[in-house]
Design a protein around this ligand. Structure first.
Ligand SMILES: Nc1ncnc2c1ncn2[C@@H]1O[C@H](COP(=O)(O)OP(=O)(O)OP(=O)(O)O)[C@@H](O)[C@H]1O
Length: 431
């Protein structure tokens, strides 16, 4: 043993064998361990210690994540609870004040047609009860329960108006044929109307995109608006008839008015079936109201000739229930089926949605496309987002294949639940 090793041993020994401990006074070697083995043991313990510290901080970060999740879910529960409570309260009927006889006797027209002479709750500010004001009526007594505040332009809220759309065709995967159809039917008439004039044909007035949910119908319409620098005006059929009871037809007029003001524009009517479903009879007020909305839409479309810088695209998941009147020539006379993506399209869509993600080299898009049979573009987008979320949660630098496979499993479970719902969507449709 050299002098320096000896003195190192001594210092180690004095460090380990504290005065007064059971080892104090025992000579080196008598402990049955060599100094090297003690050093080994110390190293082992140190590395175990740092491993445990790491585990501890990991568990703590997981704990923090779970606590955040808990807060999020509790908030959601509170929201759902209040929504439930709201749902349980009896509905009020919407009406419009026609005339004020005396301060407490008012003539109102209910949203489904008939007029009534009704009483007013004493808590209502009489000054607000002017002809034309919107009011909520008690379901049983029809007394005015509240005056609905009117905004200056109530209809603007019903539309989504995007003056400059950012979606382009290269963000759409696997719908090349559909893009071409839209280019011919919507883009060309807006950008080169003279081509149609030269040949002497009228471009189609309206294009109806039909296909299962999440297949990219809205995306297609937005991309056309982008290409034509058109204002994109989106309305949802079901909102038109549910939220704006009694005003659906007026709203349709407003939409076309807005489209004229902001031309060139593309009006996109989502869930067209909500306003244009075939009806066997129109016995209820609500049915008559939907019919009025549809008639207004048809009238606007029929009087459309000179406004060539406005195009209409509609979308539906249920083309089979549509009123044939809406599909007549001069209305929605171009039908474009937007199918569920095939294997190649699924690969493309996934790549599009992963474009901005930091991916590991092991990502096999072919394998993912195979594993996502039966999934829509919206599902594929959800898979990319979920995979990214898994990587964030694990504090990774890159998203790896394992995250994608877990995301496929998660999203396919949700998609399976949706598939259990009935769908009567035909593969092809002819007018
Ligand atoms: N072919 C596709 N390429 C790229 N992304 C797609 C495609 N189809 C769907 N998506 C993604 O899914 C999302 C939902 O699609 P979109 O709203 O266009 O579906 P939709 O057919 O209009 O659905 P719905 O019938 O439910 O209104 C889009 O924002 C887009 O990110």
């Amino acid at each position: 043993m050299t002098e320096s090793t000896k003195s190192k041993d001594e210092s180690m020994r004095s460090h380990l064998v504290k005065p007064g401990s059971v080892y104090d006074g025992i000579e080196p070697g008598e402990l049955g361990e060599t100094t090297e083995s003690v050093q080994d043991r110390v190293r082992q313990l140190e590395s175990r210690n740092s491993f445990l510290e790491e585990q501890c901080s990991q568990i703590e970060s997981e704990k923090r994540y779970l606590e955040n999740q808990k807060i999020k879910y509790e908030r959601e529960i509170r929201k759902l609870q209040s929504e439930l409570d709201r749902m349980k309260t009896s509905p009020l009927i919407i009406g419009t004040v026609i005339d004020v006889i005396k301060n407490d006797r008012i003539i109102v027209r209910s949203s489904n047609g008939p007029q009534f002479l009704v009483n007013v709750s004493q808590y209502i500010d009489e000054k607000k009860l002017l002809p034309g004001a919107k009011v909520a009526l008690n379901q049983h007594t029809l007394a005015i329960a509240e005056v609905i505040p009117s905004t200056e332009e109530p209809f603007v809220a019903a539309m989504e108006v995007i003056e400059s759309v950012e979606v382009d065709y290269d963000q759409i995967g696997g719908l090349d044929e559909q893009i071409q159809e839209l280019q011919e039917a919507v883009e060309l008439p807006l950008t080169s109307p003279e081509r149609f004039a030269r040949i002497g044909i009228e471009p189609p007035k309206g294009v109806l995109l039909y296909g299962l949910p999440g297949t990219g119908k809205t995306l297609l319409a937005k991309a056309v608006a982008h290409r034509t620098n058109a204002t994109f005006i989106r309305v949802v059929g079901s909102e038109l008839v549910q939220k704006y009871i009694g005003d659906g037809s007026k709203l349709v007029r407003e939409i076309f008015e807005m489209a004229r003001k902001k031309a060139p524009s593309i009006i996109f009517i989502d869930e067209l079936d909500s306003i244009a479903a075939r009806r066997l009879n129109e016995t209820t007020g609500a049915d008559r109201e939907v019919q009025r909305t549809l008639m207004q839409l048809l009238a606007e479309m029929d009087g459309f000739d000179k406004r060539k810088n406005i195009r209409i695209i509609a979308a539906t998941n249920r083309p089979d229930v549509l009123d044939p009147a809406i599909l007549r020539p001069g209305r929605f006379d171009r039908l474009v089926h937007v199918p569920m993506p095939g294997i190649e399209a699924r690969g493309k869509i996934l790549k599009i949605h992963c474009e901005k993600m930091t991916l590991a080299e092991d990502i096999d898009f072919k394998k993912l496309a195979k594993a996502t049979e039966g999934m829509s573009g919206a599902d594929l987008k959800a898979i990319a987002t979920e995979a990214g979320m898994f990587a964030v949660r694990r504090d990774k630098e890159l998203v790896e294949m394992e995250e994608f496979l877990e995301a496929v499993e998660k999203v396919s479970m949700a998609a399976d639940t949706q598939k259990m719902m009935p769908s009567n969507l035909p593969e092809t449709m002819f007018v």
